[in-house]
Write a protein that binds this ligand. Structure first.
Ligand SMILES: [Zn+2]
Length: 269
């Protein structure tokens, strides 16, 4: 039996949670999310408009508990990066076997990466590209490439490409949720693969073929970007020499330096 810790229960995070949380091998779920359910969330979320004003993490926990009464669920309404929550979040992660990251800003992703490495936990991340044209699903394991390594590789690849394609891997690409016009179908397509990657961490049959850190999944053909939908691209990244995030970072305070260096394109293979 396994314990999962998840940060983020927005539209994508909720779908991943629903799929992973129904697996009989999961017996415990720990959730971290600070936000309130708002009217603009309704179009792409599980919950009815009359739930607006309630905590997203409470809605998520109740949804899962109704379907898995046997599941142990703990929640914290907290910002992942707020130092005042560090102790309880550390305690949650310490008890978990695997982590799920479903936040949409890079600073939080890097903070999560740091926490996962600090506690030696494998984790997964799903990222839907703007417009819902596709997405990334990443699987991180202790000792392997970190989120900083992957982000640097992706940025480097874009920089060496003369095409005018949007830089979806840019660390500053995060946008307010309402301004990314990804459909619920695109969000759920990537969330489903994210859930499969997470369940692969449980091993055995599920893990077969999941030997790359990152998979890029086009959901639509877009001239200059994706030739065709569903021609998934496997990106077997290696650990990046000189990555400030995972090779030289010694404390939480170094996150800022790592983030700035990656933003500036200062890290190269
Ligand atoms: Zn790294």
């Amino acid at each position: 039996m396994a314990c999962v810790v998840q940060v983020g229960t927005g539209s994508g995070g909720m779908a991943v949670l629903d799929l992973v949380g129904r697996d009989a091998r999961i017996n415990s779920v720990l959730l971290i999310e600070p936000d309130i359910y708002k009217p603009h969330n309704v179009v792409r979320h599980y919950f009815a408009p009359d739930r607006c004003g309630q905590s997203k993490v409470d809605l998520a926990a109740n949804w899962l508990q109704e379907r898995r009464p046997d599941l142990l669920i703990e929640t914290i309404k907290a910002d992942l990066c707020d130092p005042s929550n560090a102790e309880i979040i550390d305690y949650m992660i310490m008890r978990a076997d695997i982590g799920i990251c479903a936040v949409d800003n890079d600073k939080a992703k890097m903070h999560w990466d740091w926490l996962m490495r600090k506690h030696g936990k494998p984790w997964t991340l799903g990222e839907v590209l703007a417009g819902g044209i596709g997405g990334f699903v990443h699987m991180f394991v202790p000792g392997g490439p970190c989120y900083g390594c992957v982000m640097s590789h992706l940025q480097r690849n874009v920089k060496t490409n003369d095409s005018p394609a949007p830089d979806y891997s840019a660390p500053n690409h995060s946008l307010p949720e309402v301004s990314i016009p990804a459909s619920m179908a695109s969000i759920h397509a990537i969330a489903s693969i994210h859930a499969l990657a997470t369940l692969a961490l449980l091993g055995d049959e599920d893990a077969r073929g999941w030997d790359a850190t990152t998979h890029l999944i086009p959901l639509r053909g877009v001239p200059g970007i994706f030739e065709r939908a569903l021609a998934s691209i496997r990106l077997p990244f290696s650990k990046l020499a000189g990555c400030l995030q995972c090779t030289t970072q010694t404390s939480e305070g170094d996150l800022e330096a790592a983030f700035a260096a990656i933003n500036a394109g200062a890290i190269h293979r």
